[in-house]
Design a protein. Sequence first.
Length: 386
Amino acid sequence: MFSDRTRWNLQENRLSRALAEAKSAGRRILDLTRSNPTECRFTYDEAAILRAFERRELLQYAPEAHGMLGAREAVARYYAARGDWVGVDDLVLTSGTSEGYSSIFKLLCNAGDEILIPSPGYPLFDFLADLCDVKLVRYPLLYDHGWQIDFSALKAAASERTRAVVVVHPNNPTGHYASRSEQDELSRFCADREVAIISDEVFLDFYLGASNAASFCAADQVLTFTLSGISKVCGLPQMKLAWVAVSGPEQQKREALARLEVIADSYLSVGTPVQVAASALLGTRVEFQQQVMTRVRANLSELDARLAHQPICQRLELSGGWSVVLRVPALQSDEDLAVRALTSKEVSIHPGHFYDFAQEGFLVASLIVPEQEFAEGIRRLLAHFE
């Protein structure tokens, strides 16, 4: 009765079962995996957000396949404020980056074609690829005093059926931004093979350095799709507004946009209210991002202070984003360790395999957990090792 593309293992894993049992027993779990900003005690400009939806345009339906012009102009101004230029006609609005990925996969791939994705990485691509009948091939990120793309492995992973390379910029969970030299080498690699770049930049603004990280949105050597949205940029995942910025050689870019327009017009998924409110919502991003970076830095400082007093665990270097990777003794599986931390210390943390780490000995924590909860959760986690 059902298609092969949805033949997933839908059974709960041990960690999910243990978490459900702990909650049903009424135990108070310190959740170091929390990444929903609306549940992490940030202060939002409620008045500005509510006012954004008090406009008469919400009562009219005038669909545009690429998205309403006013909303695309707001996105273009967002990039201009970062020092980047994106034309309003080079933008396609979507209800989320997941829809953006799906549209790009449909644009580029026939059934069975391949997309190269980074490992470690967030475990969303597998489902999106299955739904589009696309095959994923992983290429590794290497860690040596910081993360970097393994270009030798990337080249070995490519085949005649490769249609695009995904780069998550910064990567989730490693916090690795593709450096300028990596961006240039990636562009040459893709141009030589006539494949596209898909750059996921939802965490782009959350850079721990002194200046903004460079976006892929201005890439002109190879067809490039840059994805982002207000889910992370403004901390408003419930609003469901994202975008794809298309760049690259002019002829390829124009054909890609024309085909994306047909795909977008087939669904018209983005609601009128959020498009009308887009400019005001994007205007709240600065205050939200300042709060996030203050918390990320505070939690990293707390983590480093606690790690300084014990030799068992270490945190890996990161350049930005909302997550931190811990390297821990690989004396048991990461899932076993996460289950034990949950049952004995009432701390929830992600095992490394959740993010496709190739080896045991890695845990991942969210850096936007409220400071007191983060500090106590880390204290309990380290006490588990002691």
